[in-house]
Ligand binder design. Structure first.
Ligand code: ATP
Ligand code: MG
Length: 479
């Protein structure tokens, strides 16, 4: 462990602690992570005294220029080389009998450790001469780390009511580190789950995204469901759970299916937004579910409804409403297309249309579809995978031949308007679409001159007169 403390940073902090006569400790995530052998560059320093004054002294010695002081919070942040160091004075949390609002006062190291979320996050290491490198572990955090247990330092009800986000952090750490939540702690989450509603959605989603970036995100979603937290933070996903049977016919549980897809995909891709797409690909199913005699359960149009639900879900979760959202929406909308393709005789035209609609995201879409195969039957799985291999091959062939990906219609709306002397109107759109369809259906090649000729013919069919024909284009077309 001392290896990690050999850095110049800790020597300087130790010297300042000695000179100023205050006690300083490195605490929390940094200590946990070096013990778990996943060293990080974020260091939290607690001093028994003023964090801001202490940071100023350290910054002077390091000649660090990037220091930010948050006087109102009594904290300071210093960036030095690859390190990101936060200084804070040790605090104590106490509650007045007449108010639920905590008063934060100066406290001892132990006071500060008590108000941390978990025993493994309350570990501190002394940085003064007398205790340099010594682990200060009043709640047996080291043992919990060894047995991979998440446990609150105080009674869980106390720790969670001081900040209900900690319930979610427990689940996030369980997912990220593959740890178990101690039974009493888990029971408390179950009992207090509704308290999560007082926490800001930004803090909630921060934890969810860390969970989503973990090797097996399903661990977290299952815990959220089992503790009742899911219903409060993401009811649309909770609605996916359950199986209904009619006339002895039941459908699969879409919640568990979704989690399997998410884990399958996470084995193949770290792309956070593709992982969100996997989580949301069937989100339209509960609302489109029907029982049709002779057919059984159907979810017709769930990809359209699902795609329509995405902006509202992103808005509620305060996820970015930008191209990331559009990407997720596109994945949800298109997630059945390669499946349909793989089930039919694959025509060039259908492949071109898929390439046109998916653009550069085609490989991600194929990855999502392959992750969507969750049959327990080995033969079925192999059959589907083989079909998708065929679709991929076809995609490659068509792409090499026609370069449809990110294709822009070779004849623009301006050209159409100029040729037929039109203002923007319905006919311009009709001609543009006619050209696009002809290319996608393989009637003409993705080529300017073929498109120009088709434009002239399409105009004629609509009763338009070509006023300005560019002779250069015509002579080339006739070659
Ligand atoms: P990571 O950096 O992987 O997200 P972390 O545990 O380091 O995990 P930070 O947000 O960096 O999380 O917080 C650093 C430390 O601050 C934690 O280890 C913990 O001791 C304390 N802490 C953070 N958030 C809370 C909270 N909501 N309640 C109590 N203590 C917290
Ligand atoms: Mg951290």
């Amino acid at each position: 462990m001392k290896e990690y403390l050999k850095s110049n940073i800790f020597r300087v902090i130790s010297d300042v602690a000695e000179i100023e006569g205050v006690d300083a400790y490195v605490i929390g995530g940094f200590v946990r992570d070096i013990l778990l052998n996943r060293p990080s560059k974020d260091i939290d320093i607690v001093v028994v005294g003023s964090g801001v004054d202490f940071a100023r002294k350290v910054a002077q010695r390091l000649r660090a220029r990037k220091v930010t002081y948050f006087k109102n919070f009594g904290t300071a942040q210093l960036k030095h080389n690859e390190w990101d160091i936060e200084f804070v004075g040790a605090r104590k949390e106490s509650y007045r009998l007449d108010s639920r609002k905590p008063i934060v006062e100066n406290g001892s190291l132990e006071d500060d450790q008590k108000r941390r979320d978990f025993t493994m996050n309350a570990l501190a290491i002394g940085l003064n001469k007398r205790n340099f490198g010594e682990l200060i572990d009043p709640f047996n955090g080291l043992q919990d780390l060894k047995s991979k247990t998440i446990r609150t330092p105080l009674d869980p009800a106390t720790t969670f009511s001081d900040d209900p986000l900690r319930m979610l952090r427990a689940i996030r750490f369980a997912t990220q580190l593959n740890f178990d939540i101690e039974l009493k702690t888990l029971d408390a989450i179950r009992e207090m789950s509704s308290r999560i509603t007082i926490v800001s959605i930004e803090r909630v989603v921060d934890e969810i995204n860390k969970m989503m970036a973990s090797p097996r995100p399903s661990v977290g979603w299952l815990l959220l469901e089992q503790t009742g937290l899911l219903q409060h933070i993401f009811p649309e996903l909770a609605a996916m759970k359950g199986v209904e049977a009619r006339n002895g016919v039941s459908h699969k549980d879409n919640f568990y299916h979704t989690l399997e897809v998410l884990d399958n995909l996470s084995l193949k891709s770290d792309n956070l937004w593709l992982r969100w797409a996997a989580l949301l690909h069937d989100i339209g199913k509960p609302k489109t579910k029907r029982f049709v005699a002779g057919q059984g359960w159907t979810f017709h149009g769930h990809e359209f409804l699902g795609a329509k639900m995405i902006p509202e879900i992103f808005r509620k979760l305060k996820l970015p409403l930008n191209d990331k959202m559009k990407y997720v929406q596109k994945m949800v909308l298109l997630h059945l297309r390669p499946i349909v393709l793989s089930q039919e005789v694959v025509t060039d035209s259908a492949v071109r249309r898929l390439l046109f609609d998916a653009g550069d995201d085609i490989d991600d879409l194929m990855m999502l579809c392959e992750a969507d195969i969750t049959s327990k039957n080995d033969i079925t799985v192999r059959k589907h995978l083989a079909n998708f291999r065929l679709v991929r091959k076809k995609l490659k062939e068509v792409e090499e031949k026609d370069s449809i990906r990110n294709f822009q219609p070779p004849v623009t709306g301006e050209m159409i308007m100029e040729t037929f002397n039109l203002k923007p109107c319905k006919e311009v759109g009709l001609i543009k679409n006619r050209i696009k369809d002809a290319i996608l259906d393989g009637e003409i090649r993705n080529d300017f001159f073929e498109a120009y000729t088709l434009m002239l013919n399409a105009g004629k069919e609509l009763g338009l007169t070509a006023i300005n024909i560019n002779p250069q284009y015509i002579s080339l077309t006739n070659k």
